[in-house]
Structures are given as C-alpha cells and as structure tokens.
Ligand binder design. Structure first.
Ligand SMILES: Cc1cc2nc3c(=O)[nH]c(=O)nc-3n(C[C@H](O)[C@H](O)[C@H](O)COP(=O)(O)OP(=O)(O)OC[C@H]3O[C@@H](n4cnc5c(N)ncnc54)[C@H](O)[C@@H]3O)c2cc1C
Length: 438
C-alpha cells in the first residue's frame, strides 16, 4: 500500500510517496524493493518533524506507522519492547494504567518511537532526564542488504550512538526496548506565574527548574520596550495522589487548509497580550491531566493547516549557558522588530546530561522555539539575521525543525556529522542531509 505524506510544516513542499510497512518479517524485502525502484529511501514515522529531515531525497519513504505493536512489557521493571511505528500516546494508553510513564516526551504524543530516537527528542524535563535516547536500552536496526543488528551500549555501540539523533540515516529501527519511569497517578500538579522580562525568566528558571520534574516558559515574542521578554513560566510534577486517567484524543480539527495563513501580526499581538495578562502575577497551583500538560496542541487535529498553503517554519535554537541571556535578548529584539512571529514561542533551559547520541541537539544552555508562517522574507531576511546571532553565540539549530540551515552552519555546529556520514546506510538519504552535507 502507498500513502501520500509530508512534514508538519508543509514546507518545503515535496510530497512523499509512503510505502507502507505492515510486518517486521516483510521489512527487508520491502526496503529492498523500494530502494531498487527509487534509488534511495528514508524511514518515515508520523511526519511530526517540521522541515525536510523526514523527507527522502527520492521522495519515496518507508512508512513505519503501521508497525505499532507492543512486543513485550515487564510491568515490574518498566521495560517495554515496542515496534518503532508506535506513537508515544499509544504507549501511554497501556503504560499509565500499569503505573508507568515515558521518561522523556516531546510536546506531541503523535511522534513515533522510531522518530523520537532518530531525532533524540527532548522534553520539559531535559534538565533532569536528558533526552529520549538516555532511556533507550537497545533497538534492532535494519540496513539495506544486511541482517538486522541489535544495537545497545555494548552491542554494535557505534551504530547505537550514531542512530540516536541519526536522522533515520543509519538504518531502519524495527523495534526498541525503552525504560519507563514509575508514576503514582496520571495527573500533573503544575504552577504558573507570569514574568515581566527576560531577566526575570532567568532568575525563575535558575531558582526553580531543579525543584521540579518539568519546566518550560511561553514568551511573548512580539512585545517591545519595557514589555520585552515577558512571558509565563510553568513547572510541573507528577501528582502524588489522584486518579489514573488515559485521555481520549481531542475531537476538534481544522478541516481544510485555507489559501493564506490565518496568523498575522495584528492577531498575534492581540493574542499574546491577552494571553500574558490572563496569567497570575503570583505563582498559582493547578492540577491538569497529562494530556493538557504535555500535549495541548494535539487536542486540535491538523492545527498546522492554519498556516495556509505555503506552510510554516519553526526556528529552534539552543544557546550555550554563558551567552544565553544576551543572545536571547538579541534574538527577541530582532524578531519583535521584524513584526513576524508566533503565538507558539517556547523558552526552555537544557541541562547537562549527555546524550548517548552523536548528533543530539540539546547542549547545556537555553533553547528558543518559534513558528513563522512561511514567506520569502523569512529565509531572505529574518532567518539569516537570527542565524548570525546564534552562530556568534556558539549555538545551533535543531535539524528536526529545520528547513533553511546552511551547510556551513550545520557542519560547524555538529562536528560529529562526518562520523554519522561514515556509518550512514548508503541507500538512505534525506533532503535535509543532502542540503547540509553535499
Ligand atoms: C506539536 C509538536 C510539538 C513538538 N515538541 C517537541 C519537543 O518538545 N521536543 C522535541 O525534541 N521535538 C518536538 N517536536 C518534534 C517531534 O517530536 C520530532 O520531530 C519527532 O522526531 C517526530 O517523530 P515522527 O515519528 O513524526 O517522525 P518523522 O518526523 O516522521 O521522522 C523524524 C526522523 O525520524 C526518522 N525515523 C522515523 N522512523 C524511523 C525508524 N523506524 N527508524 C529509523 N529512523 C526513523 C526519519 O527518517 C526522520 O529522520 C514536536 C513536534 C510537534 C508537531
């Protein structure tokens, strides 16, 4: 079977032909056939990467979503073996009633395990638990024309390291063993408080991040003058007492893609100002479901359509600790001045737990992520200015979100790229990798 696929940002517009993988047994033959017919391919999870890292240079991908079965679960130890196409939200449906949670989850439950490993995703607890790869015990990797290999820190350790954050280029992950984290119930006790400036954010984050399992901040990226850097700081912990509830997916959906983006500067400024004012000046405790806390955007299906036919791009960078505050101020000045920006603007302190992966994105410092409706101004004017600030501060961009980074910037920021290239399956190639390495 074949499916038409794309990346979450709908930019760059290279529709992918998805060759659906249904059974692990049939995978070697399936991979062989797609590569024979199209020259190269790339594993594809659920297309929650924003740019071109999940797009094959042949535009023919191995669609892994249907390999979504539990193979084994030990609820005494919290170790599960799952097929790589299973979505994180589907793992939680089974794990939560058994008293376990994902040790690391990104801001969407629709990512698959294969995608989470290949981008070595991080979550709101990076400061305490590192990345997804820190909790992967082993996986099975299939390379074109070879027997499947089991990879872990002790078996094929080179391929283990290269595949965590390996952007799907080292082989197809068929299944993975994950170590889950014990919980006492499914709810999250959180605290929200608004802050008036970037300085206040850094004071809050430095004081409080380590007292909580989760922390993150929303920032008003269009605020200027004395309001510059204002936002909302959110912490969270798994509740000690409460109920076990597995949530149903949201029913709301954006039914079609409008011809133009519904996000514009006027609507954004108004939204951001109201959103900021709606939050308390003193810390306020709240209890929320895990879905509302981790995956608020998943409640509206196809929300990416609001950006219209031209799609959107996410800009996510991380700046090392020593330069983070100054660089963040400069980035926000540049964005506010441009008048472009998003209501989704997220600030997060990354911790210093090293990932086992070669090309993992987080480094100790501060990460900023923003969505922008795509237009030529973005890549012609705003992004180069932001890139120069990131470059100057020794930071880097996140390949999972990227559709514009220059080859020079990528190779400087990820010097281990040549080690990944040496272990790349020569028949797997993405549009991203071609763009930044060739
Ligand atoms: C609303 C939203 C919030 C997000 N929040 C975060 C966040 O907080 N932190 C974060 O880090 N990311 C975040 N992301 C990004 C997302 O988590 C990652 O891009 C994730 O990797 C997507 O997984 P996927 O299954 O959709 O993979 P895809 O996007 O389809 O593919 C991603 C990569 O994985 C590779 N791949 C997929 N399956 C396999 C496999 N079986 N074997 C080998 N390689 C494979 C692909 O080749 C590709 O290189 C967010 C995305 C969205 C839409």
């Amino acid at each position: 079977m074949k499916t038409s696929l794309g990346s979450w940002g709908n930019y760059p517009p290279f529709p992918q032909q998805g060759h659906d993988c249904m059974w692990r047994d049939g995978l070697p033959e399936h991979m062989e056939r797609v590569i024979l017919d199209h020259g190269n391919s790339l594993p594809f999870g659920n297309g929650r990467s924003y740019g071109d890292s999940c797009l094959a240079s042949s535009d023919h991908v191995l669609h892994m979503r249907f390999l979504d079965r539990f193979i084994h679960a030990d609820w005494q130890t919290g170790v599960i073996r799952v097929e790589a196409g299973i979505m994180l939200a589907d793992i939680l449906k089974v794990a939560i009633p058994n008293g376990w949670f994902l040790a690391v989850t990104p801001g969407t439950g629709f990512a698959t395990v294969g995608g989470a490993i290949a981008n070595d995703v991080h979550g709101k607890n990076h400061h305490l638990r590192g990345t997804f790869g820190n909790h992967v015990l082993r996986f099975s990797l299939l390379r074109h024309g070879e027997q499947a290999l089991t990879c872990s820190v002790s078996e094929n350790p080179g391929l283990f390291a290269a595949s965590i954050g390996g952007l799907g280029l080292t082989g197809v992950i068929q299944w993975a063993d994950l170590q889950l984290m014990p919980i006492r119930n499914s709810q999250i006790d959180s605290t929200v408080v608004r802050f008036a400036s970037l300085e206040e954010f850094f004071v809050l984050a430095n004081e409080q991040d380590h007292q909580h399992e989760y922390s993150v901040a929303w920032i008003d990226c269009l605020a200027r003058g004395r309001n510059k850097g204002r936002g909302v700081y959110i912490t969270g912990d798994h509740a000690r007492y409460g109920s076990w509830q597995v949530e149903r997916p949201g029913r709301l959906s954006v039914p079609l893609t409008p011809p133009f983006s519904l996000i514009n500067t006027l609507s954004l400024r108004a939204f951001n100002a109201c959103y900021w004012r709606a939050h308390p000046t003193m810390p306020q405790a709240r209890r929320s479901s895990h879905g509302a806390f981790f995956y608020p955007l998943d409640r509206i299906r196809h929300w990416n359509r609001i950006y219209g036919h031209r799609g959107f791009q996410q800009y996510q960078c991380v700046i090392p600790k020593a330069h983070a505050q100054a660089a963040m101020a400069e980035l926000l000045d540049t964005i506010a001045e441009s008048g472009q920006g998003s209501f989704l603007a997220v600030l997060k302190q990354c911790g210093d737990i090293a990932s086992p992966g070669l090309l993992s994105f987080p480094i100790p410092g501060t990460s900023l992520a923003l969505d922008f409706p795509h237009d030529d101004e973005l890549t012609g004017s705003l992004f180069p200015r932001l890139d120069a600030i990131v470059h100057g501060a020794g930071g880097r961009l996140y390949p999972a979100k990227d559709a514009h980074m220059s080859g020079n910037d990528f190779r400087r920021a990820y010097p281990a790229w040549e080690r990944l290239e040496a272990l790349r399956d020569p028949f797997l190639m993405s549009r991203f990798w071609k763009r930044v390495t060739l």
